[in-house]
Design a protein around this ligand. Sequence first.
Ligand code: SIN
Ligand code: MN
Length: 206
Amino acid sequence: MAGLPEGICYFPDYFDRKAQEQLVDDIRNIVREAPFYVPEMPRTGKPMQVRMSNCGALGWVTDKQGGYRYQPCHPKTGNPWPPIPAVLLRLWDAVAGFDAPPEACLINYYSDKARMGLHQDRDENEFSAPVVSVSLGDDCLFRIGGTSRGGPTQSVRLRSGDVITFGGPSRLLFHGVDRIYPSTSTLLKDGGRINLTLRRVTTKSG
Ligand code: SIN
Ligand code: MN
């Protein structure tokens, strides 16, 4: 798409319908082991609007006491996160341009009314690897800003199967989800949207 900031790569329809269905099966198996939970904002403990889980060696979590962080275990069950599905490791190899695998895959579920405010992904130690993001289910209005809060923003409508990556000069751009467009996809039987975000957390040398 024309006009996106340098370092953002947008791959509309990266996954076809069959691949999307297989990914949803993978996610279903993951959340059977690592159930969605309600994350809390640091300090206030205010619940976020999305439901979260993770797969990979590390998962991104947030709660009132501990704030934003990565940890190897599910905060409610205490079990290690399930592994990242092979199809997502292949996606990373194909689009990330980074010679070490992702360690974290955050799984966000948005119901019809859920949103996510503008934020930066900056809890990682490795910013030379991009963030690789997959959309499944209903469309969303995705907003992209600059490297400081309050600057100009632009919006992209992300659809099921789309992949977008934030790398290089775009790695620390503010971004968020303004809205979900209900009933725009038949992929998820109860509607809503799933976003998968692959990230490298530690530096390559560890
Ligand atoms: C996120 O930034 O964690 C999620 C982005 C998205 O849902 O597309
Ligand atoms: Mn983010």
